[in-house]
Design a protein around this ligand. Structure first.
Ligand SMILES: [Zn+2]
Length: 118
């Protein structure tokens, strides 16, 4: 929670006066609404609000109660083209395995959670 709050504060460097009083409100909203839905609402508010999002601006952006979170990827991602996985190459050589062959795949950084109606 405090990471998300600090991240959001950093986006609004000129607004450090009263917003720290929002932290308690954020905690109430997150407990009442669930962390995933809360976090999605904060991220949306950060993109849409010119000032540090007021708790009411977060509440108004909560995903629907009956929606569920799913992992999504960006179709225009230059790394994975929306497939969600990136090739990180073979493992580093070790004494046991001096010439590793298989490429390895990791989840792409473009991964993000979206809410879909259940
Ligand atoms: Zn990607």
């Amino acid at each position: 929670m405090s990471d998300l709050f600090d991240e959001t504060l950093n986006r609004y460097p000129n607004q450090d006066v009263a917003v720290s009083s929002f932290l308690e409100d954020w905690q109430v909203i997150a407990v009442d609404e669930g962390w995933e839905r809360f976090r999605a609402a904060v991220k949306k508010a950060r993109m849409e609000c010119k000032f540090f999002p007021h708790p009411a601006e977060i509440i108004s952006r909560l995903p629907a109660v009956n929606s569920r979170p799913v992992m999504a990827y960006r179709d225009d991602c230059e790394v994975c083209s929306g497939l969600g996985w990136k090739n990180v190459g073979p493992a580093d050589p070790t004494p046991d395995n001096p010439r590793p062959k298989a490429d390895r795949y990791k989840r792409c950084e473009c991964a993000h959670i979206v809410f879909v109606n259940a």
